[in-house]
Design a protein around this ligand. Structure first.
Ligand SMILES: *Cc1c(COP(=O)(O)O)cnc(C)c1O
Length: 329
């Protein structure tokens, strides 16, 4: 039995299905036909400012409630969308939330951190750590909570366990209902759960992942999650992945992403952010240029949300002000 059968419990948190909208002006600007490009609006998932983590959190929180958890513990960067949405999910479900964030208390409160505070989460600053060290810091926090009588449930970085990725296997089914002729869905690869769920439903040939540099072994991370989700084994080399949008690293602003932000804004009034969705559109643009995404087929850009992160990204905020056209009165 796969993890999707019966055994799973879902906590209702989001608004489904999310819209699939045409983007004809953006399509033409990219060199596609006007009817070729559609945007899957997973920024409109409803809870806590929206975004892709809501799909994962429905299943992660369902499992936490089934285990009798009283407190959700998770990790991320200071501007983590996943941390913000875990805070919102905890508030909605009456669970305490502790966010173990990389960085230090003087990280200026902006973007997602503003919402973390409003949603009532506690924050533990873990210092300059990532990967296994950040996960270990979360385990120590959970142990301390246990000693004080709480029942913590530790949710991994980005909610990317097989349980969380199941939410994106469901998104794949939703997409097939909305667009049965879907050729390629373009999605950012961060902690890997979103791509893994999509690949599980749609197969590796229909999912183009744009790596944003969040994990060390993106292909292995995705294939491992798919195997954990349904038992299906894919070779990492069978995935369609682009690594050309990472630039100087996960949180760094790339020229391509910045250009994508203005392109989406000026053709469709669509708000992207620099770390994930800007890279997804930049990756799609590069894919059209090199022919790996072609006109005459249905392409879907997965808008995974993250807008608060734009306002927490100093370099992107500064560049957007340079882009502002100031007219004389
Ligand atoms: C987390 C996130 C992603 C990446 O999803 P993963 O499942 O972590 O790969 C993409 N976009 C936004 C806005 C996110 O917050």
């Amino acid at each position: 039995m796969g993890v999707g059968d019966g055994a799973r419990q879902r906590a209702a948190l989001g608004t489904w299905p999310t819209p699939l909208e045409p983007a004809p002006r953006l399509a033409r600007a990219l060199g596609l036909g006007a009817d070729d490009l559609w945007v899957k609006r997973d920024d409109l998932t409803g809870l806590g400012g929206g975004g892709n983590k809501v799909r994962k959190l429905e299943w992660l929180c369902g499992a936490a409630l089934a285990e009798g958890a009283t407190t959700l513990v998770t990790t991320g960067a200071a501007q983590s969308n996943h941390a913000r949405l875990t805070a919102a999910a905890g508030a909605r479900l009456g669970l305490d939330v502790v966010l173990v964030l990389a960085g230090s208390p003087d990280s200026s409160a902006s973007g997602n951190l503003v919402l973390d505070g409003l949603f009532g989460a506690g924050v533990v600053w873990a210092g300059k750590v990532r990967g296994a060290k950040l996960a270990a810091a979360a385990e120590r926090v959970a142990e301390g909570l246990r000693q004080r009588g709480a029942v913590p449930c530790v949710i991994p970085l980005g909610g990317s366990s097989p349980v969380g990725a199941y939410g994106y296997a469901e998104c794949g089914r939703e997409l097939l209902d909305q667009a049965p002729d879907l050729d390629t869905v373009v999605a950012t690869l961060g902690s890997g759960g979103m791509m893994a769920g999509l690949v599980d439903t749609l197969g590796p040939g229909r999912v183009l992942g744009v790596d944003c540099g969040a994990v060390d072994d993106p292909a292995g991370t995705v294939t491992g999650l798919v195997a954990g989700l349904s038992g299906t084994v894919h070779a990492p080399g069978d995935l369609r992945l682009r690594h050309d949008q990472v630039g100087a690293g996960y949180s760094a602003l790339t020229e391509e992403s910045m250009d994508a932000l203005t392109l989406a804004g000026r053709t469709e009034g669509l708000a992207l952010e620099p770390v994930y969705t800007g890279r997804a559109l930049a990756g799609l643009r590069a894919a059209v240029r090199d022919g790996s995404v072609a006109p005459g087929r249905r392409t879907v850009l997965l808008h995974s949300g993250g807008l608060p992160g734009l306002f927490g990204h100093a370099a992107a905020v500064a560049r957007s002000q340079e882009a502002l056209t100031v007219l004389s009165p």
